[in-house]
Design a protein around this ligand. Structure first.
Ligand code: DGL
Length: 278
């Protein structure tokens, strides 16, 4: 199975695109809704929560895990890859190996080719912005880019409680977009650097137009999906361990009915989630 993890619902935007590109595999989605949002939490806390989730998904039989969460990718992935995975893999039976991949690397490989002005904006959670991961990784790919990051602390909580179409959401969409384009009026490409944000992409695009600053707004789902397909082609040692029945199960650490209802908004088809504790 391929495990797909997010603090809550946002990773569903990634899962949906992955399943379009790689429908044959079996997937296990885990949303840690009971502890979301992660974006305002400390490094230590995000690392611990992410490691708990990764360990749980491995125990359920996932051979490959996608951190479909920028905050977890920015704050926990490196430590998990360098410190925890070698220990976990040492204990695996029959020479099997597991790996954990994030969403930042595949995204920064694509974004530089999408801007004409070389001025790129990154909209993300406070945790992702504080990590500076996007700026550092984008500049490694293209040192001539001008990267401006905007933390949008209210967007994930509004989406998690289903208030993203409200007047309050409109206020905060206007506020953060106006801030970033005032800081750099040359931005022509805006990365939605949080997997929750595709749900408000239309509202973001509409607000940019009414601010007189239409941009190329980039959601990560397709980028991550194609990057995973490429990874599987290049890594048969993981690919051959994965089962292929085209199934997908949904787990949440909070209320299962609430998850199932909200997930439908992201996926546009009904799902039946199960509540888990780990
Ligand atoms: N979807 C996560 C991300 O991509 C979210 C955040 C959160 O829990 O704050 O960063």
């Amino acid at each position: 199975m391929i495990g797909v993890f997010d603090s809550g619902y946002g990773g569903l935007t990634i899962l949906q695109q992955i399943r379009k590109v790689l429908p044959e595999y079996d997937y296990l989605y885990l949303g840690d809704n009971a502890r979301a949002p992660y974006g305002t939490r400390s490094f230590e806390c995000i690392y611990r929560y992410t490691l708990d989730a990764v360990s749980y998904l491995i125990r359920q039989g996932c051979g490959l895990i996608i951190l479909a969460c920028n905050t977890a990718s920015a704050k926990a992935l490196r430590t998990i890859q360098q410190h925890d995975l070698p220990l976990i893999n040492k204990k695996m039976a029959n020479g099997q190996k597991v790996n954990v991949l994030g969403v930042i690397r595949p995204t920064v490989e694509v974004v530089p080719s999408l801007t004409q002005t070389k001025h790129v904006g990154v909209l993300a959670t406070p945790g992702t912005v504080a990590s500076d991961s996007y700026r550092i990784e984008l500049l490694k790919q293209a040192p001539d880019l001008i990267v401006t990051q905007q933390s949008c602390p209210m967007w994930v909580p509004l989406i998690e409680v289903g208030e993203h179409d409200s007047e309050g959401a409109k206020y905060f969409i206007h506020k953060y977009l106006q801030e970033i384009i005032t800081r750099d009026p040359m931005i022509d490409t805006l990365l939605l650097g949080c997997t929750h944000y595709p749900l408000i992409k239309q509202a973001i695009d509409a607000e940019l137009t009414s601010l007189g600053h239409p941009c190329n707004t980039i959601a990560q789902g397709e980028i991550v999906a194609h990057s995973l397909a490429d990874y599987l082609r290049r890594h048969p040692e993981y690919e051959t361990q994965l089962t292929r029945n085209g199934s997908c199960s949904y787990l949440t650490t909070d209320d299962a009915d609430r998850f199932s209802t909200a997930a439908e908004l992201f996926l546009t088809h009904p799902v039946s989630a199960t509540r888990v504790e780990y």
